[in-house]
Design a protein around this ligand. Structure first.
Ligand SMILES: Cc1ncc(COP(=O)(O)O)c(C=O)c1O
Length: 333
């Protein structure tokens, strides 16, 4: 038997180069491509004290002819700008940021894995004004960096259906910050997620404050059954996933009736008696949920066939195996 090569865990391997631009005196500098190396940053930098930092995550795919295509970059750039606005950070210029992403992909083209791998792109933006007394003052200086990481599986267990704790007590973020992709939200979700892992051996926590189903620490939540897809309607309390949006389009293309509205834990538990549940995100793509744990009880999810079909359809578009009818891919190399 031949053994599979050991692949680095998601996000642990970076490409050799990154793109960097800085904001000072009310303007962005020219961006530069540099070797990935430790940064020099003031210990008084705004982001280190007051969490003025946000980021994005999206992928570029190598197609079978060797060309490289980035997926829905415009939506991710818009979302980073929205996060920056909410955190009162200087907004990156869309054209400059897109050029930085393209430059990293071009420079690191040899590091883009073949399918089923991809190149994960991670722009980060953070406030660098050196002032430890600036709790109520925005950072007037900032750094924007585009990192890239060759990735394979996000969940260590591969395609195994996930075990999810339904938590109707904790919140993942402050109500108005859910739609902002900022480090503080992930820090807030970490404690409850680790506690749930230790107590219930779950993969993730589904946050359902006040009994209303919201999202997990790093993915959106969808319910699927024959011809129907249900997910929470967009509001400020959770991240507006680009994968979620793409899957809603794909589901409609496949003839599904797509409903976006709030729903509660009771309705979800009823749904999974006969239907499916799944997590969506750039990293996870669409991962089936196998079991929900609520109030100490296990609720098995009926199946994952429809989830797998939706996932395959999205992956086929990303990899160039199906026509890109919504114009989501941009060829970079
Ligand atoms: C909290 C959270 N929700 C949802 C998502 C899914 O968003 P997207 O599909 O744009 O990756 C992510 C991942 O980026 C996330 O971190």
């Amino acid at each position: 038997m031949t053994s599979q090569p050991q692949r680095p865990a998601f996000g642990t391997l970076l490409t050799s180069h990154m793109a960097v631009a800085t904001y000072q005196h009310e303007r962005w500098s020219e961006s530069e491509i540099k070797p990935v190396a430790p940064l020099e940053i003031s210990p008084a930098a705004h982001a280190l004290h007051y969490a003025s930092t946000c980021f994005e995550g999206f992928k570029a795919f190598r197609h079978s002819d060797g060309s490289i295509h980035v997926f829905r970059m415009d939506r991710h750039i818009q979302r980073l700008r929205q996060s920056a606005r909410q955190l009162v950070l200087p907004e990156p210029q869309p054209a400059q940021l897109a050029d930085m992403v393209r430059a990293v992909i071009q420079r690191c083209r040899d590091a883009v894995p073949e399918a089923p791998g991809a190149l994960y792109l991670r722009p980060i933006l953070f406030g660098t004004t050196a002032n430890i007394g600036a709790a109520a003052t925005p950072s007037t200086e900032a750094t924007l960096i585009v990192l890239a990481s060759p990735v394979w599986d996000y969940f260590a267990g591969g395609m195994k259906p996930l075990r999810i704790l339904v938590d109707d007590v904790n919140t993942r973020s402050a109500a108005q910050m859910g739609m902002v992709k900022t480090g503080g939200n992930y820090a807030a979700a970490l404690g409850p997620t680790l506690a749930a892992r230790a107590k219930y051996q779950v993969d993730q926590v589904l946050f359902c404050p006040g009994g209303q189903v919201q999202e997990t620490g790093a993915a959106n939540f969808l319910l699927v059954r024959n011809g129907e897809l249900l997910t929470r309607s967009l509001d400020a309390s959770f991240l507006h996933g680009v994968t979620r949006d793409s899957l809603l389009h794909i589901a409609r293309d496949m003839g599904y009736a797509v409903t976006e509205r709030p729903f509660d834990v009771r309705e979800m538990l009823e749904w999974v008696r006969t239907g499916e549940a799944a997590l969506s995100g750039t990293a996870a793509v669409l991962a089936g949920v196998g079991t929900l744990i609520y109030n100490g009880e296990s609720y098995p999810v009926a199946g994952s066939e429809l989830t797998l079909a939706l996932r395959s359809q999205l992956v086929a578009v990303q990899r160039g195996d199906q026509p890109d009818r919504h114009g989501w891919l941009e060829r970079v190399v």
